[in-house]
Design a protein around this ligand. Structure first.
Ligand code: CTP
Length: 417
């Protein structure tokens, strides 16, 4: 197992220092979960890494803060967990430290009761075989080296066959969020559930396990899903698993939606939160009642709530933007909408409407007039609402090319005051 040389070097140096500290405390450290999976696949690592600690988590996290300058993000000594952050290669990387544990679910879909356990049990409580591998970190002659390797559920073989496999029969009942985690993982890493897992998924859906979760927990998973780079593939999996109607009733993987998501994936936006844009695209065709029900069901963060309320009007705008319009009319139509909403319009529509949306954002919205309110007062307009009217008229004239220079703008104000 040659995973250590695959670690990017700043991270490997950091892990070496962490492991040295742990070793000095007589504590064994295991790299587990997503980081192992991603190293094996050769895909970029996330910024959140999991370490199982065979020893005193509180003492280790305190030493990481005192001696390596880590930032303590959270500590739950009663559960044997702590979260510490470092700046590594110019970006933040977070290590979630946890004692090996077993989880007991007092009822389906509630958070588990946690008890100390062996590493084997800890791996066995996890969701999928590809997330249930562990590599011990050791220091040999002062350098970071691989120690023992645990892959009790053949996760490595599953990865090479692109197979998504649940570890035990109760998994989805214990924690139905795993259905949504499965969709994310399958789409991101191009995995497919094995036949036994498919049966478990179908059973979980038909039993309505998802409805046992709080809306907050479902929403948390949905927000993670919206950040994924392959929204279309995610929707395909969610549809194949018959999950979509239970999460977002009325959402269908139509060719229209597929085309929109493909346009988005080909040129994702750079200056707005991508999760909000993807959410907007997903709900763009929802009937007003389904859209409303969605806002009622989930405690949406305010930018999402605002966007969802804008969608029906935005949809009406699409055909209008296809017609013959002066620039100032386009400005008037689009001005009330957020940058996110206009990005949604850009990906959702085609042809001239799509071009106008992005042109508005890039050229018209940032436009600064050659005169401001004070200039207009100097030209003899009294302070008050008249200034606003003049500015609006000036913007119209400017956008439509009636005026181009400061001199022309001043002349326009004098003629129109
Ligand atoms: N895990 C689990 N069941 C859950 C959530 C997490 O079994 N409902 C386990 C998995 O072993 C997972 C690990 O906890 O690998 C860490 O979870 P998380 O950080 O959420 O995911 P990662 O696997 O690290 O994946 P990602 O790349 O999506 O962050």
């Amino acid at each position: 197992m040659k995973l250590i040389p695959l670690l990017p070097s700043p991270l490997s140096t950091l892990l070496e220092r962490i492991t040295l500290l742990a070793t000095n405390q007589g504590t064994a450290l295991w790299l587990v979960g997503g980081v192992i999976r991603d190293l094996l696949l050769g895909v970029p690592l996330g910024r959140d890494l999991d370490l199982v600690v065979e020893g005193d988590v509180a003492a280790l996290s305190a030493a990481l803060v005192a001696e390596l300058g880590a930032n303590l993000r959270a500590a739950h000594p009663e559960f044997g967990t702590a979260s510490v952050a470092f700046v590594c290669d110019g970006a933040e990387v977070v290590f979630d430290l946890a004692r090996a544990r077993r989880e007991v679910y007092p009822q389906p879909a509630v958070l588990p009761v946690v008890e100390p356990a062996t590493l084997e049990e800890d791996l066995g409580r996890r969701d999928f075989s590809v997330n249930a591998m562990a590599l011990e970190l050791r220091i040999v002659d002062g350098h970071l080296r691989a120690g023992r390797w645990h892959d009790p559920f053949a996760g490595q073989a599953d990865l090479s066959q692109r197979c998504l496999r649940l570890l035990h029969q109760q998994s989805l009942r214990d924690d139905p969020t795993r259905l949504l985690r499965g969709v994310r993982l399958a789409a991101r890493l191009n995995l497919h559930p094995d036949p036994a897992t498919q049966i478990q998924i179908r059973h979980a859906i038909s039993q309505g396990y998802l409805s046992l979760l709080t809306p907050e927990r479902i929403l948390g998973e949905l927000c993670l899903a919206l950040e994924e780079p392959q929204p279309l593939r995610m929707l395909a999996h969610a549809d194949a698993w018959e999950l979509t109607p239970q999460i977002v009733p009325g959402l269908h993987a139509t060719p229209h939606l597929a085309a929109r998501l493909a346009r988005y994936a080909a040129h994702p936006p750079r200056r707005v939160p991508v999760g909000q844009v993807v959410a907007g695209l997903f709900v763009y065709d929802l009937a007003a009642a389904d859209l409303h029900a969605l806002s009622q069901r989930y405690p949406l963060p305010s930018p999402f709530a605002r966007l969802f309320s804008e969608i029906p009007r935005l949809r009406d705008l699409g055909p209008q933007l296809q017609t013959d319009l002066r620039p100032s009319q386009i400005d008037l139509f689009l001005r009330p909408y957020s940058d996110v909403a206009i990005h949604v319009l850009h990906y959702a529509e085609t042809g001239i409407a799509a071009q106008r949306a992005i042109h508005y954002l890039e050229q018209m919205r940032p436009l600064r007039l050659p005169l401001d309110g004070r200039d207009i007062q100097r030209l003899g307009v009294a302070p008050g609402p008249a200034i606003g009217k003049i500015l609006a008229g000036l913007r119209t004239a400017y956008l439509d090319g009636v005026i181009q220079t400061r001199e022309q703008a001043e002349a326009w104000v004098i003629n129109n005051r």
